[in-house]
Design a protein around this ligand. Structure first.
Ligand SMILES: Cc1cc2nc3c(=O)[nH]c(=O)nc-3n(C[C@H](O)[C@H](O)[C@H](O)COP(=O)(O)O)c2cc1C
Length: 395
């Protein structure tokens, strides 16, 4: 996802240095050209050789090193970089960056660069909470550096508090957000529903379905990476929701309906991927339900509101509404009927009987249908499919 992008990682003298090896490896696997610059003190914690091996590039420490080629290295790296991340960022380097000090290779490159800079402070809680460090962090924000909140936890110094560097996958997501896609959805508000609703029979049991939320999460992530403001309405899910989205948790079909009813008009695009129960128990009455279940497995049920139909009937001008349909037969015909009856702009149809499609798998095989055309996609990961769906809808 980062093919053709140049990422500079600045590593400074904190104990969290060792975690950055993982980050460099993840970036390299994603296709990025990774260049690591270390402070001299960072080399006390981890060897440059580790980063050179993982990145395939020379790890730069010394500003005045004699080299075979005569690039002025801090300037050439500063120009090449699409993003610079300083992780871990010591209190010392934060202070230097905030005040324009450029006395080593890393701080000089940062001062010479125009790209986005992301900083992950990591230090002892007292150092972090010190007013001087806090003022320096404010200054960095003022100068358009993005500062990642450190996590709370047990620190290397045995104190428990704020100051822990977030895990490498979190740092990786910050870089992806910056570089993964062109920001073609900047300013667009997108609403996505994901997961399964749960219809409680009694306080401990509920009716649900196997939806994992993965398709909705993939769509939310693609839109977020393209610069949209994404709100996710989540039922029960087994996957991790994407970072940098606003999450509203719901339980039942009724909760989901009420949430949509309140907010749907604020959005430019809605993707309704959640698998919403069509039925819910009429009364929550444990003894009665138990009796029914034991005797004839026949719960007293009522139909839930058709959220997608409501959204289609109450669609503001210019809003794009995309539903999802899972069919076991007559996929295209049934989906086209839904498209018309529910006043949708698009419907993504998949056949539950096909291997690699539908619930709880990482892949899908789907057809995107609108009034005038339908496009069938081969088996793709849900993320790839989400990207194709979004690109088709935007063009
Ligand atoms: C074992 C050890 C762990 C340290 N961990 C941190 C840390 O997590 N964060 C920090 O700001 N400083 C930490 N320091 C202090 C820095 O290494 C020190 O301020 C150094 O001057 C930073 O150099 P640099 O910012 O040029 O890399 C640590 C020092 C030692 C000896």
């Amino acid at each position: 996802m980062l093919k053709g992008k140049c990422v500079v990682i600045g590593v400074t003298g904190g104990i969290a240095c060792y975690k950055v090896a993982n980050l460099v490896s993840m970036l390299k696997k994603s296709g990025a050209n990774v260049n690591v610059i270390m402070t001299k003190n960072a080399t006390e914690f981890i060897s440059p050789l580790t980063f050179e091996t993982l990145s395939g590039n020379k790890c730069v420490v010394d500003t005045f090193e004699k080299k075979a080629n005569y690039d002025v290295e801090h300037i050439s790296l500063a120009k090449k970089a699409d993003v610079i991340m300083v992780a871990p960022a010591t209190a010392n380097v934060i202070a230097k960056m905030a005040n324009g000090i450029a006395d080593d290779m890393l701080t000089t490159t940062i001062l010479a660069s125009k790209c986005k800079k992301i900083v992950a402070p990591a230090m002892n809680t007292n150092m972090y909470e010190n007013k001087i460090t806090q003022d320096n962090i404010q200054k960095l924000k003022y100068y358009d550096f993005e500062v990642i909140e450190p996590a709370v936890g047990l620190l290397a110094c045995n104190d428990t508090g704020v100051g822990k560097m977030p895990e490498p996958y979190v740092l990786f997501e910050y870089i992806l957000k910056e570089l993964a896609f062109e920001k073609t959805m900047q300013g667009k508000n997108v609403l996505v529903s994901a997961g399964a609703t749960c219809e409680y029979i009694d306080p401990v049991r509920y009716i649900t379905n196997p939806s994992s939320g993965k398709m909705g999460f993939a769509l939310a992530k693609v839109c977020m990476l393209k610069g949209a403001n994404v709100t996710l309405v989540c039922g029960k899910t087994t996957a991790e929701p994407p970072m940098f989205t606003n999450i509203i948790n719901v339980v039942s079909a009724e909760d989901m309906f009420n949430t949509f009813k309140d907010i749907h008009k604020n959005f430019d695009i809605i993707f309704m991927t959640a698998a919403v129960s069509d039925f819910t128990p009429v009364t929550v009455h444990s003894e009665k339900v138990k009796k029914h279940m034991v005797n004839d497995n026949n719960l007293e049920l009522k139909q839930t509101k058709d959220i997608l139909k409501y959204l289609g009937e109450n669609k503001p001008n210019n809003q794009i509404l995309c539903g999802f349909s899972m069919e076991t037969e007559n996929l295209l015909e049934n989906s086209k009927i839904k498209l018309t009856n529910k006043n949708l702009d698009y419907i993504v149809a998949n056949n539950l009987k096909q291997e690699g499609a539908g619930f709880n798998v990482d892949t899908n095989i789907a057809t995107l249908i609108s009034k005038n055309k339908s496009i069938s996609f081969d088996k793709l990961t849900k993320f790839e499919l989400a990207n194709k769906i979004v690109n088709n809808i935007l063009n």
